[in-house]
Design a protein around this ligand. Structure first.
Ligand code: FCB
Length: 467
């Protein structure tokens, strides 16, 4: 790629490559609301959020940020920011209610209108097919631990590509399959809330398979120029010390959090050590001949979601855990430094470490930072302003890390800030605000925060200040 990255000692700014993609990201269940409109059926997140005790304060996505009805206003906000790209997700139960049968035109029409509105604003649509809202019917017949769900997903991908292929240029199959498998079926803090390590591992494999079959379906349906991608929340892992036990803790978590996806998707294999470490949980006989050829269907780019690093050491932690047995060998420690409202450490170095690792492990593969951002306890002050200097500082340090990675030869093509709007933050409900636009959920009033102004200026300059 032609890079024009400048950071010579004389300049005071870090300039990004020409054509760098600047975006914001959201997900359907977190912003759309309109949960029962136009034929949409419940997803596992509707069921889960309506189950007492699962989500903070009993919050649900029934109304969320009401984006389904306010979409033009939200696109206008992005036009003012000057973003080049917008990453959103398509609600499976809106397009193919119950996860079977033909596409519902009204469901597709919402996303067609969104894409038209975006194109009119000069913003490229980047669509994710699965951001965790599995139709409840497919969970009732077994969910992701069942192989059939992967086949259903490929069919949904084909239907959606047929309906929107003329409008969407970049397609992401899955968002963070680690969370879907291990938080959904391992420790149960996410929908559908099951707690079974064997099911979590089966789910991970079937998500990989769903990805591979969907890539095949997308390639058949979409124009050749379409970009097909996958988004992973790879874990930036650090050993507490360089002692052998701590290094082995890193290896174990790397296997069950990172290589469980990277190896099948990019190398057509399962990590040997993962199979060995999990032998007491499963014999992996659900992996059938030919599956790993499917999971490794070539893709055009990889999306990385990054928020904070993970420090591990030899030891043991509590169950139920999302680590499929590794928790009896691994202790998790707080990384030092300041924290966001999620209690996540602010540490941009982890993003640099991940990006350079991928440069070395997957040479030639374009990368996108598909999520990065921070929650803080924002509020509108009496004059109506939302001051969020910590978020600006978080974004600045992470963009500086991205720039440094590009200078180190990593092919990062774009950055998508999580998130455009305050929204339904899964098990935390509306208690955690990640938006650069504040949402008053009582009135649905949108107020750009100071970070929105800062991000708009960053995009216009295609640069950030040198730290
Ligand atoms: C990621 C999710 C996204 C959002 C951020 C904070 O794991 O993909 O939906 O909740 O975390």
């Amino acid at each position: 790629m032609t890079t024009l990255v400048t950071s010579s000692p004389e300049t005071t700014e870090l300039r990004f490559p020409t054509g760098f993609r600047w975006g914001t990201a959201t997900a359907a269940y977190q912003i759309e609301g309109a949960a029962t409109e136009d034929g949409r059926t419940p997803s596992i997140w509707d069921t889960f959020s309506h189950t007492p005790g699962k989500v903070h304060h009993g919050d649900t996505g029934d109304i969320a940020a009401d984006h389904y009805h306010r979409m033009p206003e939200d696109v206008a906000l992005m036009r003012r920011l000057g973003v080049t790209d917008y990453r959103f997700s398509i609600a499976w139960p809106r397009v193919q209610p119950t996860g079977r049968g033909p596409a519902v035109q009204k469901g597709l029409d919402f996303y067609r209108r969104l894409c038209d509105e975006l194109r009119e604003a000069g913003i490229r649509p980047v669509a994710t097919l699965y951001h965790w809202d599995l139709p409840q019917e497919l969970e009732d017949t077994g969910g992701w631990p069942r192989r059939e769900t992967a086949a259903r997903f490929a069919e949904y991908a084909a239907l959606t590509a047929a309906g929107l292929g003329d409008r969407v240029a970049t397609w992401t199959t899955l968002n963070e399959p680690w969370c879907a498998a291990f938080l959904g079926y391992g420790n149960g803090v996410h929908a559908p809330g099951r707690t079974n390590d064997a099911d979590a591992l089966r789910a991970a494999h079937h998500l990989n398979l769903a990805h591979g079959w969907a890539v095949q379906a997308l390639r058949t349906t979409l124009p050749n120029a379409a970009e097909v991608s996958l988004t992973l929340n790879l874990h930036a892992l650090r050993p507490l010390t360089s002692a052998a036990g701590d290094l082995d803790a890193v290896r174990r978590i790397d296997a069950v959090a990172n290589r469980i996806f990277l190896d099948p998707v990019f190398h057509g294999r399962l990590p040997d050590d993962l199979v060995r470490d999990t032998a007491g949980i499963t014999d992996w006989s659900f992996v059938q001949d030919g599956d790993l050829a499917v999971t490794s269907a070539p893709i055009d780019s990889l999306g990385i979601n990054y928020y904070s690093p993970t420090v591990v050491a030899a030891g043991a932690s509590e169950s139920p855990s999302p680590w499929a047995g590794a928790q009896s060998h691994v202790r998790f420690l707080p990384a030092p430094g300041p924290r966001t409202a999620m209690d996540w450490p602010v540490d941009a170095e982890g993003l640099y470490e991940l990006l350079t690792r991928l440069r070395d492990e997957l040479p030639g593969l374009p990368l996108l930072v598909t999520e990065n951002g921070a929650a803080y306890d924002d509020y509108a002050d009496p004059s109506g302003n939302v001051r969020d200097p910590e978020r600006i500082s978080y974004l600045h340090s992470h963009l500086t890390a991205v720039h440094r990675a590009i200078e180190a030869g990593v092919d990062v093509r774009g950055y998508f800030l999580w998130s455009l709007l305050d929204n339904f933050e899964w098990a935390y409900g509306y208690n955690k605000r990640f938006g650069i636009v504040h949402v008053d959920f009582a009135t649905q009033r949108r107020t750009p925060k100071d970070s929105a102004t800062w991000y708009g200026r960053t995009i216009a300059r295609n640069a950030v200040d040198k730290p």
